[in-house]
Design a protein around this ligand. Structure first.
Ligand code: SF4
Length: 387
């Protein structure tokens, strides 16, 4: 298949659990990291054996905390991808890293493995917010991490921030944004705090110990960030993402274009070969299932695959529209859509598109349909009608 493929690798270990986090991660299981890396390599080989896609153009080490892996372990994984897939010479290879775990020496060795993009979870520049989140770093640690990454040769660096935090004022948020901008990242991801089931933060809000985040204030924070980032030369290209020209994250664009990606590792999701799937959650089970595998598996299945569904055409179209509208600059390109599905989606959803075009939430031209600034705030309403 001529479509480019991406690979997501889920590294499910963290030193401690942040209070807002509902990701599939585990603490105090560092002793499993070595057998986990072997299992991950085994899974990559199984998927690679019948992989029908001609090239891999992005790899993303996410988690969890991928920076808990040694450079040697990262190198072994990337080498396996080189051997089992056709990795393009200019592939984007990203790693998420915890500012506390990384030193110049570590990052220098990681850079030598071919990893060329780093994403650091800054989340806030306010000490009381970092404490509320149980994050392990402070602002000095963050500045050291950025400086170490730059000196180690990372030319592409992302910082994440969270807004809409209980007790957070607009000026608290502005302070975090300014501190983040002072670190001169190439890419910025801003996330509204989600209160996820089972997290301490949700429990504190539900029990009244913390106030419920104010949606109107969060919308003001989003607007403030949009203005500030634009003034500093960052172009918004997705609802939650901004970049200096040329630094857009190719891996995440693959998701938003609804293009194929393999997900390996415990709890990883994938969409490839017309199948959307997820893997078993616990590292222990994952390791057991991928040790001494003798059976043959049809792409993209592996012994760790759970919850696989074949995506029918109607679902694929709906998902492509919903995800594509998140790309604020690119939108849904009409020609690309026609090439993929043999239909113009503007005809397929004429009534919905005309209605939201008339109310100023969408723009439509020969090239693309895009969401407007006003539409971004009401994007869920539009998405619901496209399903
Ligand atoms: S470091 Fe990241 S993945 Fe780990 S608990 Fe914190 S937010 Fe979750």
């Amino acid at each position: 298949m001529s479509l480019p493929l991406s690979i997501y690798l889920h590294i499910p270990f963290c030193r401690s659990k942040c209070t807002y986090c509902a990701f599939n991660t585990y603490t105090k299981q560092e002793s499993l990291i070595a057998p986990f890396v072997d299992a991950l390599i085994s899974e990559l080989r199984i998927v690679g054996k019948w992989n029908p896609y001609s090239r891999v153009h992005t790899i993303f080490f996410g988690g969890g905390t991928p920076s808990l892996l040694t450079p040697e372990q990262l190198n072994k994984i990337i080498d396996t991808i080189r051997q089992s897939y056709s990795l393009t010479p200019d592939a984007e290879i990203s790693i998420e890293a915890n500012p506390n775990d990384i030193t110049f020496e570590y990052l220098h060795a990681v850079r030598a493995t071919g990893v060329n993009r780093i994403s650091l979870g800054m989340q806030s520049a306010n000490a009381h917010e970092l404490k509320l989140f149980a994050r392990r770093h402070d602002n000095d640690g963050m500045a050291h991490a950025v400086s170490a990454a730059r000196r180690a040769g990372f030319k592409s660096l992302n910082l994440d921030l969270i807004y809409g935090i209980p007790h957070q004022s607009l000026s608290d948020w502005q302070w975090s944004l300014q501190q983040m901008l002072a670190l001169k990242p190439d890419h910025v991801s801003l996330y509204a705090l989600g209160l996820e089931e089972g997290t301490p933060l949700k429990e504190w809000v539900d029990s009244g110990r913390l106030p419920t985040p104010d949606d109107d204030l969060a919308a003001d924070m989003y607007d403030l960030a949009s203005d500030l980032l634009a003034a500093h030369g960052y172009g918004q290209y997705e609802i939650s993402n901004w970049a200096k020209p040329g630094y857009e994250c190719r891996h995440n664009i693959q998701y938003w274009r609804n293009l194929p990606y393999i997900g390996v590792g415990p709890g990883a999701h994938g969409f490839a070969g017309g199948v959307r799937y997820a893997s078993v959650l616990t590292p222990k089970k994952y390791i057991d299932l991928l040790t001494n595998v003798t059976e043959t598996y049809e792409f993209p299945y592996t012994p760790a695959t759970r919850d696989a569904v074949v995506v029918d055409r109607t679902t694929e179209i709906a998902e492509t529209l919903i995800m594509g509208l998140r790309l604020t600059k690119e939108g849904i390109q009409r020609d690309t859509f026609i090439q993929r599905f043999d239909e113009d989606f503007v005809n397929l959803h004429q009534d919905t598109i005309s209605k939201y075009q008339a109310s100023g939430l969408l723009t439509v031209d020969e090239e693309a349909v895009r969401i407007t600034d006003k539409g971004r705030l009401l994007s869920n309403l539009i998405f619901r009608e496209l399903v």
